[in-house]
Design a protein around this ligand. Sequence first.
Ligand code: EPU
Length: 429
Amino acid sequence: MEQLLIEGGIPLKGQVEVSGAKNAALPILAAAALTQDVCVVDNVPDILDIRIMMKGIESLGAKITYDNGRVTIDGSGIKKPVVDSEYMQKIRGSYYLLGALLGRFKQAQTIMPGGCNLGTRPIDQHLKSFEALGARTKIEHGFIIANEEQAPIIGTSIYLDIASVGATINTMMVAALAEGKTVIENPAKEPHVVDLANFLNSMGADIKGAGTDMIRIKGVSRLHGCEYSIIPDQIEAGTFMVAAAITGGDVVVKNLIPKHMEAISAKLMEMNVKLEETEDSIRVYVDEPLKPCNLKTLYYPGLPTDMQPQMTALLTLIGGTSIVTETVYIDRFQYVEELLKMGADITVEGNTAIIKGVPRLLGADVKAKDLRAGAALVLAGLAAQGTTGVFHLDYIDRGYEKIEEKLQKLGADIKRVSFDNVKSQLRVV
Ligand code: EPU
């Protein structure tokens, strides 16, 4: 087992490159299984979730290679629409293979998805869409089985009760190869939804309106191979922006799309953090005391729930009271008890956290309980006095490529140590 050891209190300085987006890469790699041609995908981050997804696709019979961010997928060997890889229950994105296989083979079976524990995460909207398209679905022995009877998949009008990222993506994949037209109303508009639509269109699909309130899809009879490059990771970029702010540093976050960052940038500016934008970078620095603020997570273009823990970590060190409201997940404040160990003053009431800024956090041993919670603890550790040890790195490694290397280049004192060596490395704080 490994741990990140952080000696806090160093203002970060320099430039950092954002990797490709995890939540775009996962469905895009799965969507490559919609064709028997070869797809080449660039800017794929080297993270645990992606490695698991690649193993899952391989277990279907595809040939897949990874070389320095470039993934080549040859789906000609995929003959049966069944995902039985145990790996797949570890990640949320595994359900994208359900959409891909149902699209290509008109039937599919996959293990129920896992992912971060953020409370109950139902998939009723995915199943509702599949049913509307003509596929009967059932859940048996931990597997989702779709369209065993291989009924025709026929385009239709679908209204999503929740603007779910996963359900929107899965519906697009199935509808791309359905007979006739599909309309998705109230779809998710996240940048990774648009990226997947662009990828499908590069494969020959006919999808319009991704990123708006209505997606229109004309089914085509086949999809072909293509070359594609994944968008930068909005959440990794946001995490580095907060890293600059929480350490009172001066960092240029490069290779991002400023438009995708608008909600995060707006909140940071409200706190008095200074930002300077170019076409593909944002310089983040602090030159005056920061101000508390209230924030609420929302679907895109609102403030992403995946930035909520990092923003909360920052607010713990800003004098005054801030209120953070979580509207997407019912249980996304589990990390708060770890911040309390570091001296934060946070009270959670239902889906709201009331944060009273403290003058300092003190290093402590803390546990990542999910991916973004882990990122928040790393940020808190970078700002804290003394040594912070962050455990359960498997969560952080799911979504952040070379996190400690990138932070080291910005001047952070952070290192990965194996669990056996931890006791000797820890200092009393
Ligand atoms: N929901 C339902 N029914 C459904 C689908 C979703 O009730 O059929 C609910 C969920 O329980 C949740 C909300 O709707 O409360 C949003 O779920 P959504 O389907 O939009 O999320 P997801 O597809 O499960 C993706 C990302 C998450 C990110 C959310 C929201 C992937 C693999 N995961 O999850 O990423 O938080 O969208 O933007 O793309 C992360 O990267 O740390 C992460 C958790």
